[in-house]
Design a protein around this ligand. Structure first.
Ligand code: FMN
Length: 197
């Protein structure tokens, strides 16, 4: 038996990156759980930002932003970026977190976050209370310490990304590996064909 829960804005789980707008001199960032990859070619990300956010103003000024993934250990500071507005205070001065110049956009990356995306706004879609800011991902960075043995890809166990659970409003971390993706499905129907997402 299923219980119908009505219209909802919750999926489980959600990421919780910090989306940053502005420049090295004047930056603001906020926690954004409503975010996801929107295309592979060109690589794109879509972030749902409430129209009142200070960070959104800065993103609109330059048309650029960065996405910065905090670790589970960094939950307290990440949460701070999600409960205080840059209109009231300088969140970077408050937390001691620091900025580094990006390579391809004016918006800086957050040094303490081990994985970072540089993005250029390509579209803004009015969704009602929120706008969907869609950006092309033009560069990315990872701390060497979170790379796998090839040195080319992120090892998610080393990244240990912060995970947000809507509804119960709590932070979690990822659990253990379950199976190989694009592979385990073949054990169901061995001749199944593969199509890239
Ligand atoms: C876990 C968490 C997730 C959040 N997700 C979003 C989101 O997806 N979109 C959004 O506009 N605000 C979201 N917020 C709220 C903003 O991060 C918050 O209002 C922030 O203080 C805005 O900062 P700013 O005004 O300096 O930009 C979230 C907050 C938390 C704690």
């Amino acid at each position: 038996m299923k219980k119908s829960l009505g219209p909802t804005d919750r999926i489980y789980p959600m990421p919780c990156p910090l989306v940053l707008g502005g420049t090295m001199d004047q930056a603001d960032a906020l926690a954004v759980a409503w975010i996801g990859i929107a295309s592979g070619k060109p690589p794109s990300v879509a972030a749902a930002l409430r129209k009142t956010r200070r960070t959104l103003e800065l993103i609109r000024e330059s048309g650029e932003f960065t996405v910065n993934i905090p670790t589970a250990e960094q939950a307290a500071i990440a949460d701070y970026f999600g409960i205080v507005s840059g209109r009231a205070t300088d969140k970077f001065a408050d937390t001691g977190w620091t900025l580094a110049p990006s390579l391809a956009v004016a918006a800086p990356i957050i040094v303490e976050c081990p994985y970072n995306l540089e993005c250029k706004v390509t579209q803004e879609v009015d969704m009602g209370e929120h706008v969907l800011v869609i950006g092309e991902i033009v560069q990315s960075h990872a701390e060497e310490a979170i790379l796998d043995e090839t040195g080319e890809k992120v090892d998610v166990a080393k990244l240990d990304p912060l995970v947000y659970i809507a509804g119960s409003r709590e932070y979690r971390r990822l659990g253990e590996k379950v199976a190989d993706a694009f592979s385990i499905g073949r054990t169901v129907v061995p001749q199944g064909s593969h199509e890239d997402v």
